[in-house]
Design a protein around this ligand. Structure first.
Ligand code: DGL
Length: 276
């Protein structure tokens, strides 16, 4: 890292996702680490990342990380399962700050909470295709049965704010049916957009333990900051949260406010890379 270590505590945490999904992680970070300021980037012009090729997701993730680094963040949270699955190693190998993804914290939490080791995973095509959840879960619990299903329409429903009602319910019932039929006891919401549908998913998958990696990720961020001695100290001034998006900010602002439970005071449009 190029800056004097004493400055790092005051620097913000950088968080990025393809759209509104990463706000689930921001919400957990604000609760868990109220002294930390946050810069959030939602690449809304290029959402969804889920169906895109690994190379494209790596390029987008690299551009998002560069954007945050240029604003002097002290740590980067990849608040997107697809970008974590496709690009976390690549980003971590070339940036001078710690990088925290959402997959290991979520998988670890699933293994901790599953009673019978029958674990369902839902995510984007990219995340499910990468097989990363199966790998990490089996490393932690070799006898686990892991069943995975991609649920791409959930991303569009979350971006639209259609998280309740007939359309969302029918979609959820259709996607979850093969997992429920095979009696999973735990379901990993392996996409940061999906916790926005949590009240509905709790009803559709009644009796199944739902794992949202946001809180587990916030705990990993807290311990990383503590270990590196770069956590924010009290300054008497409130921590700030600034939001950046790569497409029309209005829809994002409405969903963000509803989800975060606080107004999004600082929301700016930015351009990333050549195709944004
Ligand atoms: N929120 C994202 C994830 O966790 C990606 C959704 C998408 O862009 O397809 O995978």
């Amino acid at each position: 890292m190029n800056r004097p270590p004493e400055l790092l505590g005051h620097a913000p945490i950088g968080v990025f996702d393809s759209g509104v999904g990463g706000l689930t992680v921001v919400h957990a970070l604000r609760e868990r680490l109220p002294l930390e300021s946050i810069l959030y980037l939602g690449d809304t012009a290029r959402v969804p990342y889920g169906p895109k090729s690994p190379d494209t997701v790596r390029r987008y993730a690299g551009e998002a990380a560069d954007f945050l680094l240029a604003r002097d963040v002290k740590l980067i949270v990849i608040a997107c399962n697809t970008a974590t699955a496709r690009a976390a190693d690549d980003v971590a190998s070339r940036v001078p700050v710690p990088v925290v993804g959402v997959i290991e914290p979520g998988a670890t939490e699933a293994v901790r909470r599953s009673r019978g080791g029958r674990i369902g995973v839902i995510g984007t095509q990219g995340t499910i295709e990468s097989g990363i959840y199966e790998r990490v879960i089996r490393e932690l619990r070799p006898d686990a049965t892991v069943l995975s299903v991609p649920c791409p329409l959930f991303v569009a429903l979350a971006e639209e704010g259609w998280t309740r009602g007939d359309v969302a319910r029918l979609t959820a019932e259709r996607y979850l049916e093969p997992l429920l039929r095979r009696e999973i006891d735990t379901l990993v919401l392996g996409c940061t957009h999906y916790p926005l549908l949590k009240p509905l998913l709790t009803e559709v998958a009644a009796g199944v333990e739902l794992i949202d990696s946001a809180e587990a990720t916030a705990s990993v961020v807290a311990s990383t900051l503590a270990d590196l001695e770069i956590a924010a100290e009290p300054t008497g001034r409130p921590a700030t949260a600034r939001y950046f998006v790569t497409d029309d900010a209005r829809q994002f602002g409405a969903v963000a406010k509803r989800f975060l439970g606080e107004p999004v005071d600082s929301l700016e449009w930015v351009s990333l890379g050549a195709s944004a």
